[in-house]
Write a new protein. Structure first.
Length: 229
């Protein structure tokens, strides 16, 4: 896969890698072009600033991280780096010039997942679909990088309920040194107008609000009609 001309918001992702900020949060509509560019920015930042260092790539499951992050990354042309993935250890080794770094894949599917990432020292973490991960796992992963002076955290997700802990603590009430970029379908330069309109026509109601407009909204109506707030 060749890296094409980037949209303005994708360029903001790349610029974050050279900033002094600690965290980047990218949320918004589906298929809006945030995940692959964020992955590229994460790897380029790591290779530019570190050598023989550990990093983490986190998905809801290891399999989803392999599918959504690893496979597209290894198909990108022009990275000027050699990538090799060992399935048995779930480690992506990246070599660029004289530098070598290791990217461990983790799955944060339930409350017990935080134990999987305990003990490892990391310089940075990429969270793919962070809204699907339990808070205990995310916070354990964040703590793995506190011994580095300049770590970075990359978060991406599609919206969930506005009561979700991640929305409340990272978007609604932004933390210090955190950038937030909200993506729409139009921010993905590989989508044609026809593709965008076809995608918009697939959804309605709360799903349109979340998946197309990228809004953190609650589902309307009651599942249990006798429910009393």
């Amino acid at each position: 896969m060749q890296i094409r001309a980037l949209s303005a918001k994708q360029q903001q992702i790349m610029a974050f890698a050279d900033s002094d900020d600690l965290a980047l949060v990218c949320d918004g509509s589906v298929r809006s072009g945030k995940t692959t560019i964020m992955t590229i920015a994460f790897v380029l930042w790591a290779m530019k600033n570190f050598d023989r260092t550990n990093f983490a790539i986190c998905g809801k499951t290891v399999q989803s991280a392999e599918r959504n992050i690893l496979k597209p990354l290894m198909e990108v042309a022009g990275l000027d780096a050699a990538l090799s993935y060992k399935v048995s250890t779930r480690v992506l080794t990246v070599r660029s010039g004289a530098k070598t770094n290791w990217f461990y894949l983790f799955g944060g599917k339930d409350e017990s997942s935080y134990m999987l990432i305990q003990g490892i020292t990391l310089a940075g973490v990429l969270f793919d679909e962070v809204a699907l991960m339990p808070r205990s796992f995310v916070e354990q992963a964040l703590s793995r990088a506190i011994s580095f002076e300049h770590p970075k955290y990359f978060f991406n997700c599609n919206p969930e309920s506005p009561n979700h802990w991640f929305y409340q603590e990272w978007i609604k009430n932004p933390r210090e040194s955190t950038q937030h970029i909200h993506f729409l379908l139009e921010d993905n330069p590989i989508l044609t107008p026809q593709m965008i309109e076809r995608t918009k026509a697939m959804y309605s109601g709360v799903f349109y609000d979340r998946y197309i407009l990228g809004l953190w909204v609650v589902a309307e109506g009651l599942v249990y009609q006798s429910f009393d707030p």
